[in-house]
Design a protein around this ligand. Structure first.
Ligand code: SF4
Length: 217
């Protein structure tokens, strides 16, 4: 590894560790993971006791490739985006995710001050982040760190996360074409529910893995 790359990793590490410190101050469980592989190992170990595992539909979790080993381990996997499901079946899975043993998700943004900031279209993902599942693990790649307040984080989501997500999910929104948010009033607008977790929700065991690699959007 060249010196520039080492310095880039070091620089990101300082920010990741600051986020971990802030999250802990805010009552969350938080762990610094130097690599995605370490985050993956942590997830698989934490999943051992869970019988039912919900997935929030996050690219960060998809990139960790935990579905196959969890399936082989005989877990009940609750994936509302699984191909072939009718709308009613998808909604049933989303409702089951709210009471699963372990819910796995990414976050659209995390601030240096330790706030988790998300925007959702349906609200199922963010709802399961703060109440219902027995345990929640959030994976935050270093690209999700925002050096600013919650308003800056919300801007980050609408600038960098939602437009490519709209494109990925084939939503007919202006940002899916232009790549820019126009605060649309489209019938397919994704930005409908915004949440800011400022402190750990009282009755939810929620842990955040802050990973020194880019994960998700
Ligand atoms: S408000 Fe509309 S245009 Fe802006 S990011 Fe959300 S869906 Fe895209």
């Amino acid at each position: 590894m060249g010196q520039t790359e080492k310095l880039v990793i070091w620089s990101h590490e300082q920010k990741c560790r600051k986020v971990v410190e802030s999250l802990e101050k805010n009552g969350f469980g938080a762990l610094y993971c130097p690599t995605a592989a370490e985050a993956r190992e942590y997830l698989l170990a934490e999943a051992e006791e869970a019988e039912s595992i919900g997935f929030g539909g996050s690219l960060s979790i998809a990139e960790l490739q935990v579905i196959d080993p969890l399936q082989e381990a005989g877990k009940e996997l609750l994936i509302h985006a699984a191909p072939g499901l009718s709308l009613e079946e998808r909604l049933t899975v989303m409702r089951r995710q709210l009471t699963c043993d372990l819910f796995l998700t990414g976050t659209n943004a995390v601030t240096l001050s330790g706030f988790l900031v998300n925007i959702d279209a349906t609200g199922n993902r963010v709802a399961a982040m703060f109440f219902g599942p027995r345990k929640v693990i959030v994976v935050a790649g270093r690209n999700k760190i925002v050096e600013g307040d919650a308003a800056d984080a919300l801007r980050r989501v609408k600038s960098w996360a939602t437009p490519p997500n709209a494109k990925r999910l084939n939503f007919n929104t202006p940002c899916a074409t232009t790549g820019f948010c126009s605060d649309c009033n489209s019938p397919e607008r994704l930005c409908r529910v915004a949440t800011i977790l400022e402190r750990k929700p009282r009755f939810t065991d929620i842990r955040v893995l802050v990973v020194n690699e880019e994960l998700g959007l």
